[in-house]
Design a binder for this molecule. Sequence first.
Ligand code: ATP
Ligand code: MG
Length: 285
Amino acid sequence: MSNAEVTSTTMSIKDFEIGKPLGKGKFGHVYLARTRKEEFLVALKVLHKAQLIKDDMAHQLRREIEIQANLNHKNILKMYTYFYDEQRIFMVLEYAPRGELYKSLTKAGRFDEPKSSTYALQMVDALEYCHQNDVIHRDIKPENILIGYNHELKISDFGWSVHAPSSKRKTLCGTIDYLPPEMLNHQTYDKNVDLWCLGVLVYEFLVGKPPFESAETATTYQKIKAVEFEYPDYVSSEARDFISKLLVFTPSERMPLAVARGHPFITKHNSSNDNNTTTTTTNGN
Ligand code: ATP
Ligand code: MG
């Protein structure tokens, strides 16, 4: 995908009324904002060029913008457009009024099976759409998922996403709880990394913590490589089967998304399983 495919824009900060701060990331602030003309609510992410260049993140941001601007799915946070001035880059994002999944999960402790199943299906939909468009997310975890007005999940943060296939190595930073074995071992990887992360995510929905969590990073590392984890008694056999078919060491042996969609853990709690009704695809490559 080339840079030219992201629609350039004549918008400027003057076209927005800025509201309350929604949050703060490593590279800037996010504000609730409203377009003056249409009175349309958005989240405006403001990044400082100097900081991005200093931290060598300009390349990653460019990739994030290119990928996110070309994806169009109800469970993926929409990036409507972007613009910039001398000092700053502005990303005009879909506003997710119910905030972070991470916070919602922390508050609830854990989710019950119907809710976990519904969320799992939304993730299956979004990831299937990404993979169909040759995008691997690579960084699926509750911190990178927001919640829309109708309680629908919105995957955000495409900072680590890539166009498949890739032999790029991921720089290890932050928690390793969601890293698949092939990424720990610095092997090449493909879209199957997202299947592993989906397994970790659904486990965390149901249990309230990720499956390989340990006090020591080295222990987590060993457990991931050995695929060593346990289920608390309250996790149903359908849920165990679903997770166990995703947390599989060999990438190509993980349950494909099309199969996951029809798994009893999903079908039991989602009556009309035809959630995947997107019509727009990326205009990339
Ligand atoms: P990082 O810099 O590590 O990526 P981050 O993902 O938390 O951190 P941002 O994406 O800049 O940083 O977002 C900061 C916070 O602002 C989020 O954690 C979230 O609470 C809020 N936020 C971001 N985008 C939106 C949005 N579209 N709708 C509602 N809230 C948002
Ligand atoms: Mg982020």
